[in-house]
Ligand binder design. Structure first.
Ligand code: PFF
Length: 474
């Protein structure tokens, strides 16, 4: 055994010492209680607003099935190996995103930075993600009351503009989201996150299937499917490839300690490679179903496919207004989107809550309250950035855009590179092999070697390119 690996086995002995006994003992630390619980909670983190407004429209605009292939390649080369690496580290240390590195590399304090960056990213992402989720919550009621029934996307745009530029409604809806998800996170990992995602994920699938059935049975639906799935390889430019890599990262909640924190709640007998692969495939199925629910309807009524908020809050209401039973289906759509956001938000909240409770000795309730209040504070400028603070800019971006840029384009890729370097060059193959094979009980050596190769060389290099592109270096 040489250098880093010898160090690792010393670390493992230390982890079993008394000092760590209380949190190393799974009976004392909260965690997921069943294999299915692990699966739905982790899937809940991956599935989010990204599946509804990012994935389908990016696929349609960037070459349909061709883009899908590139996305799959990005997921297999970078996303999945990194997800396995993150969850492995978490389960090995059984700790929050910062303490994990204290335990796995006690003499190299610098690695803790990964955890701190995750803490910051979670707060920044939540600052704007909770705002968008707030708009979705508001639209459930607007859809039900028929307030957004208009087949003119321009009028739909005005209704949306009135909501987001009103400071009171923006803040209140953000607080409603924080209040609901905050009270779930307070209940803990098994009674909060696991119990809620267990109920919500099946409902999400059922609602999605209802919408797909509606959309596919409309006259002229086939054009929507062609838009989504016909491969157009001429659209695959280097920028599109980089977009696919970035999307794979955001979609699977990587690079900021979310998967690491969830991994720390995984069961010892959980087959990590199998679980993460299932999560990736199930997340992909939600994205594709969302595309099938949206685009055939968009084309059937002759609307232009849009991306981002304008797709969700302008095109969608207009499309649903045009179809029979529109109010019901529009309400279902917004309930479904709100449900999708819950699991993702819970996983974002869990990163700081675990850090505050384990490192700063706060009780779960206090840690959750502090996290929610901090997000409400830094989220306020993001909430007001579509109205009163629209012109208050830093580096040419309002608060909403700045938080999005800093987290998605800087902190997540940077965190991803550092996690890869840690696993590839410090943690090492023998430990990874031990952990991913559940101490040799799973017969998956070849797979682990491939994962190690990808994490050591391929993933950090590709993420570095995405990072530099995100920073507009080229
Ligand atoms: N995966 C989520 C989505 O696709 O909407 C977003 C996300 C959740 C990113 C959790 C990062 C994270 F830690």
């Amino acid at each position: 055994m040489h250098g880093p690996f010898r160090r690792m086995s010393r670390i493992n002995q230390r982890c079993q010492s008394k000092k760590y006994a209380s949190t190393m003992n799974p009976s004392k630390r909260d965690g997921f209680t069943s294999k299915f619980g692990v699966l739905v909670a982790t899937l809940g983190s991956a599935v989010g607003l990204g599946n509804i407004w990012k994935f389908p429209s990016l696929t349609g605009v960037n070459g349909g099935a061709g883009f899908l292939l590139v996305y799959l390649l990005a997921t297999l080369m970078v996303g999945l190996p990194l997800m396995m690496a993150e969850t492995t580290l978490g389960r090995a240390a059984r700790a929050n995103a910062i303490t994990t590195f204290d335990r796995l590399a006690p003499r190299q304090h610098g690695w803790k930075l990964i955890g701190w960056m995750g803490f910051l990213s979670a707060l920044l992402i939540m600052a704007f993600y909770s705002e968008v989720a707030g708009w979705v919550y508001a639209y459930i009621f607007k859809a039900m009351s028929g307030e957004v029934l208009t087949s003119d996307p321009k009028i739909a745009g005005e209704i949306f503009g009135a909501l987001v530029s009103n400071p009171t409604s923006s803040l209140i809806w953000q607080w409603v989201v924080l209040g609901i998800t905050g009270s779930i996170i307070m209940l803990g990992v098994s009674k909060g996150i696991e119990a809620v995602t267990r109920k919500l994920m099946p409902v999400l699938y059922i609602l999605l299937l209802v919408l797909c059935a509606r959309s596919l049975t409309l006259e002229g639906a086939a054009r929507g499917l062609t838009f989504l799935f016909s491969p157009d390889f001429s659209k695959i430019t280097p920028t599109v490839v980089l977009t696919a890599f970035g999307l794979a990262f955001f979609k699977l909640s990587l690079g900021m300690g979310t998967m690491l924190t969830y991994g720390s709640y995984f069961r010892e007998d959980q087959n990590i490679p199998a679980t993460t692969t299932r999560v990736m495939l199930a997340d992909l199925s939600v994205s594709l179903l969302a595309g099938i629910a949206i685009f055939p309807a968009v084309f059937a009524f002759g609307f232009e496919p849009a991306a981002g908020p304008s797709l969700v809050f302008m095109t969608i209401p207009a499309v649903f207004t045009a179809m029979p039973g529109g109010i019901v289906f529009m309400t279902i759509f917004f309930i479904l989107t709100a449900i999708a956001s819950v699991g993702a938000i819970l996983s974002l909240l869990e990163v700081p809550v675990a850090i505050l409770s384990e490192r700063f000795g706060m009780g779960r309730k206090k840690a959750s309250t502090c996290t929610i209040l901090t997000i409400a504070l830094i989220g306020a400028p993001a909430a007001l950035s579509q109205g009163v603070l629209a012109e208050t800019k830093l580096f040419g971006m309002n608060a909403f855009e700045l938080f999005d840029f800093l987290s998605s384009n800087v902190l997540l890729p940077l965190g991803g590179i550092l996690i890869c370097l840690f696993v590839g060059w410090v943690y090492g193959l023998p430990e990874l092999e031990k952990r991913l094979s559940n101490e040799g009980t799973l017969d998956n050596r070849g797979l682990i070697r491939a994962v190690f190769f990808l994490v050591r060389y391929v993933a950090p290099l590709s993420i570095a390119i995405v990072l530099l592109h995100g920073l507009k270096v080229f």
